[in-house]
Design a protein around this ligand. Structure first.
Ligand SMILES: C[S@@+](CC[C@H](N)C(=O)[O-])C[C@H]1O[C@@H](n2cnc3c(N)ncnc32)[C@H](O)[C@@H]1O
Length: 271
């Protein structure tokens, strides 16, 4: 598949219409006034990655996120991390995602928590960032890179839009060893849209893009495990992520236990 085929397939894997209404109804918040809902109320459904909000907290601490920073959330899903960064740290956030449905959902959810002025959402690709060079203190990509084949170009774009001294922080599921992996996985139904790079290739590609001090923090302190599975009928990220999430998560857990896949939490600094 070429780049546009991959991006079309990835966007349709994630996109679903009417998602914000569905989420707010499921959470019993459909009558909530704009600005009246705390960001925490959305955490069970808006953190579209292993490790839930615990991983988001760990990622922010590892990257050294501080109040007032300018952050690009590159592959922002329905905006869970962007709201976390704007709500907890008062960051100024640009959020970009391939899925137009997710972008619209993020806008609606930002409004309900009163963060529309701190977060700008737009549709686009991490391979062509629509921002000026040197615009951001932090570029943040949480569980996005497994859907991107051209890591070299993605890393070059992040490098370009960071200021000197800025931090690129990523979570990735790395391909630790050879062996058959069962699909579907949370980020892909088949291997046609799954690009799980080995940890050493991932780190080397960041260095080749010009980053210094490239570190995989998950090697020494693995990310927190996912919160216990939602009880039957309880809202969780399958609202946004779609069908078969129990099977998709189980396949990921099995591949990780077998040593085939490994979660990574990487920081890299622009000199
Ligand atoms: C597993 S979700 C994670 C979303 C969000 N980062 C989070 O952790 O809640 C992966 C997201 O990456 C986005 N994505 C994948 N490839 C992309 C690309 N080339 N450009 C922009 N977004 C992309 C998808 O649309 C999807 O929203």
């Amino acid at each position: 598949m070429d780049r546009s085929d991959i991006e079309r397939a990835v966007a349709s894997h994630y996109g679903r219409s009417g998602l914000a209404d569905n989420i707010l109804k499921t959470l019993g918040l459909h009558d909530a006034a704009p600005g009246s809902v705390p960001i925490e109320a959305l955490f069970p459904v808006d953190q579209l990655h292993h490790g839930g909000v615990g991983l988001t907290e760990k990622m922010a601490a590892t990257a050294g996120v501080r109040a007032g920073m300018k952050v690009l959330d590159a592959g922002s899903g329905i905006g869970g991390s962007a709201r976390f960064l704007a709500g907890r740290f008062d960051c100024d956030v640009d959020a970009l995602d391939l899925s137009e449905d997710y972008v619209r959902t993020a806008e609606d959810l930002d409004r309900i928590v009163g963060l529309s002025k701190k977060i700008r959402n737009r549709a686009g690709s991490v391979l062509d960032l629509p921002f000026e060079a040197g615009s951001f203190d932090v570029v943040w990509s949480q569980n996005v890179t497994m859907n991107v084949a051209d890591k070299q170009r993605m890393f070059a774009e992040a490098f370009r839009v960071l200021r000197s001294g800025g931090v690129y922080v990523l979570t990735h599921i790395g391909r630790k060893s050879d062996g058959a992996i069962d699909y579907p996985l949370p980020w892909a139904i088949t291997e046609a849209t799954s690009f799980v790079t080995s940890p050493s290739d991932f780190v080397r590609a960041l260095s080749d893009a010009g980053f210094m001090d490239v570190q995989d923090h998950a090697k020494d302190a693995p990310p927190p495990p996912p919160p216990s599975p939602a009880a039957e009928g309880e809202p969780d990220d399958s609202l946004a992520m779609g069908d078969q999430m129990l099977l998709r998560r189980a396949n990921l857990r099995r591949a990780a236990s077998a040593g085939l896949l490994v979660p990574m939490l990487v920081t890299a600094v622009k000199p």
